[in-house]
Design a protein around this ligand. Sequence first.
Ligand SMILES: Nc1ncnc2c1ncn2[C@@H]1O[C@H](COP(=O)(O)OP(=O)(O)OP(=O)(O)O)[C@@H](O)[C@H]1O
Ligand SMILES: O=P(O)(O)OC[C@H]1O[C@](O)(CO)[C@@H](O)[C@@H]1O
Ligand SMILES: [Mg+2]
Length: 435
Amino acid sequence: MGKFQIESLGMPHYKSPLKLSTVKGDNIFDFVSDADRLVFDQSMEYYNHCLKTGEAPLCLEKAGPRQDIFFDAQNTTAAIVTCGGLCPGINNVIRGVVMGLHYFYGVKKILGIPYGYEGLNPEKGHGFVELTPDKVKDIHQFGGTFLGSSRGSQDVSKMVDTLQANNIDILFAIGGDGTLKGVDAIGQEIKKRNAKISVVGIPKTIDNDIDLIDESFGFETAFDVASPILRDAHNEATGAFNGISIVKLMGRDSGFIAASAALSMPVVNFVLVPEMDFSLEGEKGFLKALEQRLELKRHAVIVVAEGAGQHLFQEKSGVKDASGNVKHKDIGLFLKEKIGEHFKGSSVTIKYIDPSYIIRSAPANSSDSVYCSRLAYHAVHGAMAGKTRFVSSKVNNKYVYVPISEVTQKRKEIDMEGEFWFSVLQSTGQPFSWA
Ligand SMILES: Nc1ncnc2c1ncn2[C@@H]1O[C@H](COP(=O)(O)OP(=O)(O)OP(=O)(O)O)[C@@H](O)[C@H]1O
Ligand SMILES: O=P(O)(O)OC[C@H]1O[C@](O)(CO)[C@@H](O)[C@@H]1O
Ligand SMILES: [Mg+2]
């Protein structure tokens, strides 16, 4: 199977109940065909490479409703699970999937799986929640997840047993890299058993660290919530002679939230992210740069991502969460302590702000709400067509289906040589390099 080729459960043999068109110009949306593809790498360099080598360009399958579908909607049971940390917009996605299944296709039975993959382990005794349009119609107004979530591994084989025992035909998993690896493993087990169950991922993480896709839903809301906190941190810093505000923002291994929040509220003087190597001491160290900044302006705002500067700790964090993710040492408090020691004896006021979970438990902003609905509808169309082990996503600003295995190979990080990071440096005025 070629790269980016979406796996299918079999020949679609039902006609879609959607009254769409197949001709252009009639003002009715056209069904999307599996042959509708979009070139992945749009650079001139890649175009020239393809011309030179005769290679066909790598393409992604366009998302959208198919004319022929795999599942008989009347007899289809779908299920939705949400796993990992909270993220703005989860409820919008749940709502969108339920509405799409019910109103577009007429699917009658939709089950909510409580508390993440735990809910697929009958020994936990969580049961299922029956989801109807009436039950989910208002949930987009709230942050969090209507279904509850969890971390921690579950036996893949047992989870597939549960799907089969409950005649579930489609599983929608809303989650980050771990969830997507999990649902891909479930998909592989389903394939081994030659069962006809479609598994679909909808990438969720405020860290925005899912590879290949433009952005994960909820990320924008997260830095939107962080933005006024930075404004206020700036007020605190300017309110004192040599005032320093340190704000720690989430971002386990990628610093997108810290960097985007700083760009959205351009009062930040230093952004420290996990992708960055920096030292505290020395002529080119962070403390020297901070000293120079205070000398010049008498205040400074520092935004530090949770996973930044872990190399500065003498001992690595040995602590992991239930899913095996490393729980990083507290870089915010560490910085506060080191800055305090460095400026000991001089008149410096340090304010430390840790908004922590506040940025991810908020409801989705308008832009994320739009995004969540569209991702959910596309997930429904792909699943009903019998596609499996794919994520509904946006790449190069277009809605596409991408094999889950392609987005879970590595984590997305800020490119330190890229224009995005350069814009952060232009905004903060911090040194381009710490070496
Ligand atoms: N390779 C895997 N196979 C099966 N299940 C997995 C795998 N990796 C992770 N999981 C499961 O996926 C679930 C969610 O994983 P995790 O806690 O890492 O959150 P996440 O989806 O990555 O979201 P977040 O962005 O909050 O980290 C957990 O129940 C975890 O055990
Ligand atoms: O404390 P929890 O719920 O395990 O989650 C913390 C982690 O989850 C994230 O918010 C991603 O979902 C990370 O930024 C953070 O490191
Ligand atoms: Mg994760």
